[in-house]
Design a protein around this ligand. Structure first.
Ligand SMILES: Nc1ncnc2c1ncn2[C@@H]1O[C@H](COP(=O)(O)OP(=O)(O)O)[C@@H](O)[C@H]1O
Ligand SMILES: [Mg+2]
Length: 233
């Protein structure tokens, strides 16, 4: 990990000190751990959670899961701009309900605390027939935290995602690994991706706010993220 230079910095207040008002939690695919890592960050940074587009409402919403897990009050989340029932790509989920996602409805909300945005799926997921998730991320102009699995398949997915972000000059904070320890993938990702791994969430037996807080403390993620978000701009 490239954390050595971060470890000695003084913890800062979560009050924003720069125009960068938060970060976008994106993943290398669906079911990768975006919601869990978002919960970790929302709790640790006392941030505000926003999932602008939720599809698959039939299976429940990520915002509700996070609120339940962290016991979040109403001032710590922002309502989705779009909610769709079908558990399919947003562009199609919208069409199934005779709707169309309008990117002008996805403007960043103004908030005092840091904003953690969870995307719907990965970078190349269409939001409309003309507009990809990555186009929207470019518009938001917030740095991306890429959530990635540790196991077989992650090298290809992660390196392709990094390349797509770089091709559009979208800034990245780093990678956040999710899954069991792997003897080689982390260092291979850092080497070819030329990107730091900021944290690693192991498989947790119980997904609770306490378990997430333990990880936050043990990995000194407070220092890592506050430094990246509030100091280096
Ligand atoms: N580190 C972990 N330990 C235990 N369960 C996890 C972990 N990461 C993800 N999960 C479980 O895997 C599923 C997918 O995770 P989720 O955060 O919802 O992914 P995404 O938001 O990318 O679709 C969920 O059921 C979640 O509870
Ligand atoms: Mg999710």
């Amino acid at each position: 990990m490239f954390k050595a230079d971060l470890v000695n910095s003084t913890p800062l207040s979560t009050k924003m000190k720069s125009r960068k008002q938060g970060l976008v939690v994106c993943g290398t695919g669906t079911d990768i751990g975006k919601t869990i890592i978002s919960a970790l960050l929302v709790q640790g940074l006392k941030a505000i959670y926003w999932k602008p587009i939720q599809s698959g409402l039939i299976e429940g919403s990520d915002r509700r899961r996070i609120c339940k897990m962290l016991n979040l009050k109403e001032d710590r989340w922002i309502k989705e701009a779009y909610n769709f029932k079908a558990p399919v790509s947003p562009h199609w989920a919208a069409e199934k309900e005779n709707k169309l996602i309008d990117p002008s409805q996805l403007k960043l909300p103004t908030v005092e605390q840091p904003l953690i945005i969870e995307t719907a799926g990965g970078l190349m997921v269409p939001l409309t027939r003309e507009w990809l998730q990555i186009d929207q991320i470019k518009c938001w102009d917030l740095p991306v935290l890429l959530v990635t699995r540790t196991e077989l398949g992650t090298l290809n997915h992660t390196l392709l995602s990094i390349e797509a972000l770089r091709a559009r000059s979208i800034s990245m904070l780093g990678l956040f690994l999710n899954g069991p320890e792997h003897p080689d993938n982390p260092k291979t990702l850092e080497k070819f991706g030329e990107i730091p791994i900021l944290g690693h969430l192991p498989p947790l037996q119980e997904l609770t706010s306490q378990a997430l807080n333990e990880q936050w403390q043990n990995q000194q993620l407070d220092i890592t993220f506050k430094r990246l978000l509030f100091e280096q701009n």
